[in-house]
Every structure is written in C-alpha cells, then in structure tokens.
Design a protein around this ligand. Structure first.
Ligand code: AMP
Ligand code: MN
Ligand code: MN
Ligand code: MN
Length: 292
C-alpha cells in the first residue's frame, strides 16, 4: 500500500541552499501533491521564502517563512528549524550574516581539500551549480562530486569524502543551541528541534539534548519524517509528549525519491499537539485554514 500524502510539510529545501528545486518549483510540486501548508527551511537562509510566498499567492497553499539553523552542541552538529519567522528582524539578519561568513570560509576549506584530491576548481564549480549567492553546504559539494563522476550517489559522496573523519571534512564551530533559539524567538518564531534521531545519540543523550533545547526556549520537535522506522516515530512522539513540546513533521525535501517526497507518509501519533496549533500559528489562523 502506498503511504498517504499529508497536507502539511514543515521542513524543505530549495536552491537557496542545497535543494534541487527553485522556490517556485517547490511550490508547484506542493500544489500538485495537494499540500495546504509548506515551510521553506533552507540552511541558515530565508532568501527563497519571498518567491515561494509569491508563487503560492491566490492558491490553496500557504507558505510559512522558515530556516534550518546549524548549531554545535557537545561536538555534534544539531539543526534547529525556525518557523513563522519575521524576515525583517535585525537579529535574524545578523545571525545569517555570521553563518554566511562561517559557511564561506568552510566551503573554501572543503574546496582546498578536494583540489588536493584532483577536483579542479572545486569551490567555484560547486558555487556555479547553486543559485547565485546561495549558502554552500556539504549537500552542494555532494552534488558536485556526484556530477564529476567520483561518487555513485549523494550518499556515497558523503561516505567517501564529506562525512566526519573523511578526506574533505572540515570541522566548524557553529553557534550554540541557545543562540539559535534566541534569534528565532527574537524574530517572533517557534524553534523546532529537527530530525532528533539523525544525530545517532544514545537515548540518555537525546533526552539531555531535548531538555537543554527546551530550557533554552525551544517549543517544538519533529516527530514525523520520511524514511523513518515506525518505532522511532512512536518513541519521538512519547518524548514530545513527555517534554510538553508541540509536534512538527517534515520530509526534509532536497530532491524527490520513491521514499522521500513532499508530505510523504507524514502523520503524527495520536495525542500530540501539532505545531500549527501553537500561539504563533493561531495568530495566522492556520488551524481554521487547514479545515477550510
Ligand atoms: P552542512 O550543513 O553543510 O554540514 O550540510 C548538511 C547537509 O548535508 C544536510 O542538511 C543534508 O542535506 C546533507 N547530508 C548530511 N549527511 C548526509 C548523508 N549521509 N547523505 C546525504 N546527505 C547528507
Ligand atoms: Mn541539506
Ligand atoms: Mn538537517
Ligand atoms: Mn534540512
């Protein structure tokens, strides 16, 4: 049986970071899959949001302004999604500027490592494959390595070159979880702990992460994602309820596949309060909108 397509997807990427579709194309794809609510959450950037909002104007789809912020917590890279962001916020612009500088420095350092391994002009050619001014992530480099025929897939590019411990890995100290949550709150947004199972933490450490995230002012966590074991969704649902957080769900769309697509199979376990019922969303009357 094919999994259903949910009407909501609150974690997606466009060409403004390492996604394969432009914001307009992403909106078209969401509309063709009959989604009603889509958050664009590019890495450390919201440059694509305005175009996505414009593309959805007058349609049955509402676009939520978001971003996925990179943080460092106990030597792990933890992602915090911000939803309902005020894109005119100075706090947010300053944060993005810092992330942009860190990312450029890191992307150049990755480029140097790849050059030494025979990838000619790696940084410039990776930039050329993205939207002008887009934030360069390891996802962009993975696509470059794959297109250069040096990896059999995006996953293989990570496993062979880009993962921690591999030949083109560059360690970066990102801001703390507290700094990311503060900037999201200062921009009127809701902080969501992204894909909590992806960090491969022990259950004890995952609980510690959620506790620290919550005490920093984090309000929600992702419970439902694509390519997720059913037992993981149940466990995350239990943690979400235990810590009194709002529940979110998102595909983390970068490019479509049979297992990962906008809204694909995203359903929340019973008894959780979805993030589109939080006070910020109530102001936008999202609950009513979803029922219409
Ligand atoms: P960065 O923020 O530059 O470290 O890049 C992180 C991005 O790389 C993630 O958001 C994913 O899109 C992608 N990524 C990380 N690990 C993998 C992996 N093992 N396979 C495929 N994509 C990955
Ligand atoms: Mn990515
Ligand atoms: Mn992520
Ligand atoms: Mn993501």
């Amino acid at each position: 049986m094919m999994p259903e397509i949910s009407k909501v997807d609150l974690h997606t990427h466009s060409t403004f970071s390492d996604g394969s579709l432009s914001p307009e194309q992403l909106v078209q794809r969401a509309l063709s899959r009959q989604l009603r609510l889509l958050a664009l959450t590019d890495h450390d950037a919201s440059g694509g949001v305005e175009s996505a909002v414009k593309a959805a104007e007058g349609s049955t789809l509402k676009v939520i302004a978001g971003a996925e912020l990179s943080t460092t917590w106990q030597n792990c890279q933890i992602h915090i999604v911000g939803l309902f962001l005020d894109l005119h916020s100075n706090a947010l612009s300053n944060f993005y500027q810092g992330q942009r500088e860190r990312r450029i420095e890191r992307a150049k350092a990755i480029g140097v490592k790849l050059e030494r391994q025979g990838f000619h002009d790696a940084y410039a050619r990776t930039c050329a494959m993205a939207e002008p001014g887009a934030l360069i992530t390891r996802g962009n480099y993975a696509r470059f390595i794959f297109s250069a025929g040096q990896a059999s897939s995006i996953d293989d590019a990570f496993n062979s070159y880009l993962k921690k411990g591999k030949s083109a890995y560059v360690n970066t100290l990102w801001p703390s979880i507290g700094e990311a949550v503060d900037v999201i709150r200062a921009s009127g947004g809701v902080a969501v702990l992204a894909h909590p199972k992806r960090y491969l933490l022990t259950n004890t450490k995952l609980r510690r992460l959620i506790e620290e995230f919550k005490s920093s002012g984090g309000l929600a966590m992702e419970v439902a994602s694509c390519r997720q074991r059913p037992c993981d969704r149940v466990y995350l649902g239990e943690l979400c309820q235990h810590y009194g957080l709002f529940a979110s769900m998102g595909s983390d769309y970068h490019q479509g596949s049979p297992w990962l697509d906008l809204g694909l199979g995203l359903t929340l376990p019973e008894g959780l309060t979805p993030v589109w019922e939080c006070p910020q969303a109530r102001e936008l009357k999202l609950d009513e909108f979803l029922r219409s």
